[in-house]
Design a binder for this molecule. Structure first.
Ligand code: ANZ
Ligand code: ZN
Length: 818
């Protein structure tokens, strides 16, 4: 055994061995319980960063631990390989996205291997390969046949810098999630997936995830789906038989309506202003709003404005005339695009009423209080009792909500109604580096799916990347011009590609059967492995990837590919890696390159630091001193083993507390990894064991029990620092492959029987040594001191003014004669 710890040499050798023997490849041994552990796969941007290192280290501890606990573990890795950076790099470097991506994948794979992560590399998935996206095209066609994929003209979120459409989820604070440019609206024919058809089911599913997912993520998904329960109420257009239907969540305020607001884009507008003197001013207003929407930041707070149409609606419960306004804050895409305005109880309506001098009629009052619309400074939005509301006056407003809707339903003037904020998922991108949408547009036949035998629709390699607007595919004649599969006439191939979130919505299914060629994955294999027992990734995916995956799993189940609704049983969202108070990022200039740490200290040190510095779900503050500390600890372990193996100690005496310490550590590490992923406390208990072993080594270092303790230590270290642990295990003759070595069990008896020696002092003088159970309480120790023959005489009849108790060590009485 080498005297000096040489991580670089050890690690590279171990990694080569793991690679040669494929020790982490997954079996299909159904006699063992399965455990599917997944970390979010990376985008192959070129290099692994510390965020990856942290995410994957956390996962690796769990994977190794579960294997040792006898599970059949699936722990795969792959590449989310489509996406814009590849295309942007191609434009910049005059290269090809495929070349760029393949090179990055090769480099990053080596980096991951150099970290010693125990992936089953035989299952590597790369989403940019036709063997993968072929199935996506098949899914798309199935969805299209069922009406779950459709094309419509729509105002889309557009990023000028990236020259592409963004999904709602990719707009963060009105900016492009990727490049931070402001997002504008643009009308384009786009492909959508009907995620709204699954809104209720996705919402219900959240209940099932309560025990396995962080509350924060569930709340974000719930809010994103945004269910609103209320009613649709029909007002009549004065002087006609026509209805104007509104959506409200507050039917209890119906008697307080003093005007109505409709969306500028509403088809009603033209009808309302026909022949009215207001027509011109309304049209001008609508134009202004539409222009502003296209040029201005869509999400910025804008001044609430409106204009009177000259038309009135009749409130169905009290027959009052209410003027109809066109207002810039009413969205055409939500509810009915028309709102009953109740300024006394809605702040937005309140401000609008003040601005345009419209009446404010109070219909809800706090108990025992009277409100005056003229004097109000803000809308009253709390609970209360109904006022000025005909037969409903006096009723609690929560009760009135139902009573008024019941009344309306009976009179056929309204009905219960539910609305969701969730919009359909816009999936088409005017980009090259993505999965081609397998549709052909024929003048005679309309949209025709590419026949199954022609799948996959591959990306042509010979394209030019100029960076000009529009997809490079649309400029590729041979790709675009095809014959219609139905009628044979000249037709045009769809040139949009799919959102890359499509690939990540099912990659976890492909891992179960990555080399399938006649189907996307075998239903049996998917059924065996799914759901994923533990998923680990960043909180930034709370509503993007994690919602799409839940949706897509349901879709694939409905299409008959599998039977599952929730793909991820448990979710851990790891914290960020921060340095100098900010997230590690290129733009902040505070990046630490994992390779440098590996070169200087080795992968085991990098892993140990990541695990020890903070619990997984919290942010991790990078500290060079912490890295140093981890490295020093590993050196201490190495030295301890070295001294033992080379018989450098004197003593051969069994220490009475040794077994206690070993079993206590096994228990703590097992529980900390197993239940809550408290790796930091698991590591610190291992450190305590090392301290203890170091302390007793001179007397006990050559005893069999000491050597056994050291072997156990090495086994416990394996999930955290696998290279060093396996090296030492081999040297010390632990026997067998640590990858599948049975995880040590602890013995409750060893935990109980062990005693410690507690020194009793009276006024600083040693009076007795007590042999007491480990972790004995102060009270019990004091009692024992009073009973002990030797210390008893010094305590009897004395007044104890102070007792100092150092757990498992010392009991000191300060006494004075009484
Ligand atoms: C009358 C009322 C009185 C309202 C009151 C609120 C408070 P959520 O919870 O987001 O679903 N609304 C309905 N459709 C709208 C649209 N297309 N654009 C803008 N606002 C719209 O909000 C529902 C409430 O938002 C509805 O209830 C409606 O105003 C408004 F004291 O109706 B409410
Ligand atoms: Zn045709």
């Amino acid at each position: 055994m080498e005297q000096k710890y040489n991580p670089q040499l050890i690690e590279v050798n171990r990694q080569k061995k793991w690679d040669d023997t494929q020790v982490n490849a997954t079996g299909f041994d159904t006699s063992k319980p399965k455990y599917y552990l997944l970390e979010m796969f990376p985008y192959p941007s070129g290099r692994i960063h510390m965020g990856h290192v942290r995410n994957y280290t956390i996962g690796d501890v769990v994977a190794r631990f579960k294997r040792m606990k006898g599970f059949n573990v699936l722990h795969p890795m792959g590449w989310d390989a489509f996406g814009m950076p590849a295309e942007n790099a191609a434009i910049k470097n005059n290269s090809h996205p495929q070349t760029w991506t393949d090179k990055n994948v090769a480099e990053m794979r080596e980096q991951l291997k150099r970290m010693g992560f125990s992936y089953d590399w035989t299952r590597e998935v790369n989403t940019s390969k036709p063997e993968y996206f072929k199935w996506e095209q098949e899914f798309f066609i199935r969805m299209w046949e069922k009406g779950l994929a459709y094309q419509k003209l729509s105002e889309v979120n557009w990023c000028n810098t990236c020259a592409t459409v963004l999904a709602n989820e990719q707009v963060v604070d009105a900016k492009c999630w990727r490049c931070d440019s402001p997002v504008i609206l643009k009308p384009l024919k786009q492909w959508f997936f009907k995620i709204t058809a699954y809104a209720e089911d996705l919402l219900k599913g959240i209940e099932e995830l309560k025990d396995g997912w962080p509350d924060r993520v569930l709340t974000m998904q719930r809010e994103w789906i945004g269910k609103s329960t209320g009613a649709e109420i029909d007002f009549t257009l004065e002087g006609t038989k026509e209805k104007v239907t509104i959506f409200t969540t507050r039917p209890d305020t119906l008697f307080g309506v003093t005007f109505m607001s409709i969306a500028p884009q509403s088809p009603l507008v033209e009808k309302l202003i026909e022949g009215k003197p207001q027509a011109d001013s309304v049209r001008a207003f609508v134009d202004k709003v539409n222009k502003a929407e296209k040029t201005e930041d869509k999400f910025a707070e804008k001044e609430k404005e409106g204009v009177f149409t000259g038309a009135f609606a009749i409130n169905p419960v009290n027959n009052r005339r209410v003027p109809i306004y066109v207002a810039n804050f009413v969205l055409m895409g939500y509810g009915t695009g028309a709102v009953m305005a109740v300024p006394a109880h809605d702040q937005r309506d309140f401000e609008f009423a003040r601005k345009y001098d419209l009446p404010i009629n109070v219909v809800i009052e706090p108990k025992g209080q009277h409100l005056d619309g003229k004097a109000m400074k803000a809308a009253y939005t709390e609970e209360g009792n109904l006022a000025n509301s005909g037969q409903f006056t006096g009723m609690k407003n929560e009760v009135a909500k139902h009573a008024i809707v019941d009344f309306l339903e009976r009179k056929k003037l309204g009905r219960k109604s539910v609305n969701y904020k969730l919009r359909d998922w816009g999936i088409s991108r005017q980009r090259y580096w993505g999965t081609p949408i397998p549709i052909i547009h024929c003048e005679a036949c309309g949209m025709v799916p590419v026949p199954e035998s022609d799948l996959p629709v591959k990306l042509p390699f010979d394209v030019s990347f100029t960076g000009v607007e529009g997809s490079p595919l649309s400029r590729h004649e041979a790709f675009v011009n095809v014959n219609c599969p139905t009628c044979g006439n000249k037709a045009r191939r769809e040139t949009d590609t799919m959102d890359t979130f499509m690939e990540s919505s099912w990659y976890f299914l492909r891992y179960t059967d990555p080399n399938a060629t006649t189907e996307p994955f075998s239903p049996e294999k998917a059924a065996y492995w799914l759901p994923i027992d533990q998923y680990i990734g960043g909180i930034e995916h709370a509503v993007l990837h994690l919602l799409y995956s839940r949706f897509f799993t349901r879709v694939l189940s409905d299409l008959g590919y599998l039977k599952l609704s929730e793909p991820f049983e448990k979710l851990l969202t790891q914290g960020m890696v921060i340095k100098d108070g900010a997230k590690m990022s290129k733009s902040k200039g505070n990046v630490v390159d994992p390779n440098h740490i590996i070169e200087q200290y080795g992968a085991d040190t990098a892993r140990l630091f990541m695990l020890f510095a903070s619990p997984p779900e919290r942010d991790l503050d990078w500290s060079d001193a912490g890295v140093e500390g981890s490295y020093r600890f590993l050196n201490r372990v190495w030295n301890l083993a070295y001294e033992t193996v080379s018989n450098r100690w004197e003593g051969n005496q069994d220490h009475p507390e040794l077994l206690y310490w070993v079993h206590k550590t096994i228990k703590k590490v097992t529980e900390d990894i197993g239940d809550e992923f408290h790796f930091n406390t698991a590591v610190s208990s291992i450190m305590e064991l090392v301290n203890f072993l170091q302390k007793i080594a001179p007397q006990s270092g050559l005893s069999a029990a000491f050597k056994d303790a050291l072997k156990t230590l090495v086994v416990l270290l394996f999930p955290f620092v696998p290279h060093m642990a396996e090296e030492l295990a081999e040297i010390m003759g632990v026997g067998g492959d640590l990858a599948t070595y049975p995880w040590p069990k602890y013995d409750e008896k060893a935990l109980q029987v062990s005693n410690v020696t507690i020194v009793v002092q009276v006024n600083g003088k040693l009076r007795a040594q007590l042999n007491l159970p480990v972790d004995v309480s102060q009270d019990d120790a004091v009692k024992a001191a009073h009973d002990n023959e030797k210390s008893k005489p010094y305590l009897e009849g004395k007044q104890v003014v102070k007792t100092i108790f150092v757990k498992n060590k010392l009991l000191n009485f300060v006494v004075k004669d009484s």
